[in-house]
Design a protein around this ligand. Structure first.
Ligand code: ZN
Ligand code: ZN
Length: 636
């Protein structure tokens, strides 16, 4: 244990802590003790020096309590002088265990939880009986180290010492087991506990959420006799984490109905749910609420607000939040740059990037994903190349698979398919589905069958059940009128049991999210929606709209294909939105897949006919349709 001595002497936790020094010198004001305090008292760093101080105390007949006791503890704790400290403590006013507990507390809460465990064993060895505080500090040290082995031993002591009825201690034990991943043990203890408080329940719920057992967490949450804001927040955040934003929002509504006020953490979680759902109304309300509650200036909340507004298609609102921020982090800058890129405002994204560099904020990998996206969405090849090389050269950022994906996307969209292919071949890391998918997308637009087949070969190895690739290749064959290949591909899909991912779109009206699945005729207002579509279709035809049935990959009659096309989920959601929202207001739709060519053309025309802005967030980006054109410049 020699290493501990040197460690402790060189970094005594309260070497320069004025708080502790004053604490130990309150009752002694005689000139003699005053000079002693100054000269010696706080300078001893070893048992040897302590002995000198001690001798002085005895000589001057000063009370032992003048010694900084915790320091005595630290200096002697891990040496053969433990017994010596023990003797000193017999002469002071406070019980010895107090001193050791404050040593333990500092070790457990500081950077040396290992030493807390060692000290605990020293105490046991010297027959110093631990109290509940001792146990709680050492359990905390075990939790911090995820050291279940020693945790179990301490738990054994607690049982032996008869502290089973101490709720605080029991909670600490449950927390230890749960945070070390021994959920079954934690649950056993939880079930056996004679009493529990909200903290007990919260520990279990938080840990289950952390381990992605959302059902288990929700089951406990439902049973909980009394829920705190923390309980609600853990559950809401848990739903967001595991991709269930709708459940998160529902729970939040319940929480409000129960009369509880959300805190900052709740606000961040609910805003994230709003972002996922594209639920702008609720997002706006939460924004107002955080302003009223005084945490609207919190950087983390502002960053989440930016993300929420961007994902809900409100770039201007995001810009306002960003502009009003007192302190911006790299997360704020990156979110804003990425947002501008997603909305097709590449130049603005680059302007912001320049500004960020000018004021000395260092970009990170995420910032570069944003800026490369901006380049690829607007076909800015040279700028993209420049940013990609600058990222490593000037900022020492090693490109990750996402950055390579952006570059392949950039080349592929611009029709530089051979360059894209060579870029993939020269990548120092293994290309993933996104990288090959980007090449395939380019091959579709620029009609390169050979490279498309090459991309598909890799994609089917990486992700054989994804229908999207087959659909794209089938489209490419169909467009090239290679019907035999199309048939072969369909057979392959059937043989492999690949099913088409159903497209769905959602639209939020009066705070309620309405979902539409492609081909859905079961909506309560389906009849009205179809009638309204027919009316619109009439006006669209006058403006030259011809349904592009080539996007329908079914072996059916042309009229049947049109019907399928007209039931695409974004069209259904749009018509519903036109029916349910006031004239002139923007319509915001979220879609799980890429918008097809036909819907894109239709939405452009409709934006002109109804004189409304239509914002569609698809899998990759935003389309803002206005006055007959789209912000993506038909490049998506
Ligand atoms: Zn469509
Ligand atoms: Zn577009």
């Amino acid at each position: 244990m020699v290493h501990c001595v040197s460690f402790l002497c060189s970094s005594l936790p309260f070497h320069s802590s004025p708080k502790l020094q004053s604490h130990y010198s309150t009752d002694h004001h005689s000139p003699a003790s005053e000079s002693l305090r100054i000269d010696l008292l706080h300078k001893f760093n070893s048992p040897f020096e302590l002995k000198q101080v001690h001798a002085h105390i005895i000589k001057t007949n000063t009370h032992h309590s003048i010694l900084p006791l915790t320091r005595v503890g630290f200096v002697c704790a891990f040496t053969s002088s433990f017994e010596y400290a023990h003797q000193i403590f017999e002469h002071v006013d406070k019980p010895e265990i107090f001193v050791w507990n404050s040593c333990l507390k500092e070790l457990a809460q500081g950077d040396s939880p290992n030493d807390a465990i060692l000290l605990f064993y020293q105490m046991i060895q010297y027959n110093i009986c631990p109290d509940t505080f001792t146990c709680s500090f050492v359990l905390k040290a075990c939790s911090q180290l995820l050291d279940l082995l020693h945790g179990r031993i301490v738990h054994g002591f607690i049982e032996k010492l008869g502290f089973q009825s101490n709720l605080f201690l029991q909670n600490t034990i449950v927390h230890l087991y749960a945070s070390c991943g021994a959920m079954a043990d934690a649950r056993l203890l939880f079930d056996k506990m004679s009493q529990r408080d909200t903290v007990t329940w919260n520990i279990m719920i938080t840990q289950l959420v952390k381990r992605e057992d959302i059902e288990g967490a929700y089951a406990l949450f439902s049973e909980m006799p009394e829920r705190s804001v923390r309980s609600w927040t853990s559950m809401i955040a848990g739903f967001v984490q595991c991709g269930k934003p709708k459940e998160a929002v529902e729970l939040f509504t319940e929480m409000e109905e129960a009369g509880l006020s959300p805190n900052e953490v709740t606000v961040v979680a609910v805003l994230a749910a709003c972002a996922d759902l594209g639920s702008l109304d609720l997002g706006r309300r939460i924004h107002e609420y955080s302003n009223i509650s005084g945490f609207g200036r919190n950087t983390r909340i502002c960053n989440t607000l930016i993300d929420m507004y961007i994902k809900c298609g409100c770039l201007e609102a995001a810009s306002r939040v960003f502009g009003d921020m007192e302190e911006r982090t790299i997360v704020s800058w990156s979110a804003m740059i990425q947002g501008l890129a997603m909305h097709g405002q590449a130049e603005e994204a680059m302007r912001l990037f320049d500004k960020m560099i000018r004021i000395g904020v260092k970009p990170n990998g995420v910032t570069f994903i944003g800026i490369l996206h901006a380049c690829s969405h607007m076909g800015l090849i040279n700028q993209g190349r420049m940013f990609f090389s600058s990222m490593t050269r000037d900022y020492g950022i090693i490109p990750k698979i996402e950055h390579y994906g952006c570059m392949v996307d950039l080349f592929s969209r611009a029709g530089l398919l051979q360059e894209a292919y060579e870029f993939i071949m020269n990548m120092p890391i293994k290309p993933n589905g996104v990288v090959w998918g980007a090449l395939l997308g380019g091959c579709r637009v620029h009609k390169n069958i050979e490279l498309a087949e090459e991309a598909i070969k890799h994609l089917l190895e990486l992700d054989p059940a994804n229908d999207g690739y087959y659909v794209v290749l089938s489209n490419i064959y169909a467009e090239a009128k290679r019907w035999e290949d199309t048939a072969r591909l369909r057979k392959l899909m059937r043989d492999r049991g690949v099913k088409k991912t159903p497209g769905w779109s959602s639209i939020s009206v009066d705070g309620m999210v309405h979902e539409f699945v492609a081909g859905d005729e079961t909506h309560p207002q389906a009849e009205e929606i179809f009638q309204m579509w027919e009316k619109l279709f009439g006006k669209m035809k006058l403006k030259g709209y011809v349904p592009n049935t080539s996007v329908v990959l079914l072996d059916v009659e042309e009229s049947e294909k049109e019907k399928v096309l007209f039931r695409h989920s974004e069209k259904l959601a749009l018509v519903f939105g036109l029916m349910k929202t006031p004239t002139g207001t923007p319509i915001r739709i979220m879609k799980n897949l890429r918008v097809c060519e036909d819907c894109h053309a239709a939405l452009k025309l409709i934006s002109e006919i109804v004189q409304r802005e239509i914002v569609v967030r698809d899998r990759n980006r935003f389309h803002c349709f206005k006055d007959g054109s789209c912000s993506c410049g038909d490049y998506w």
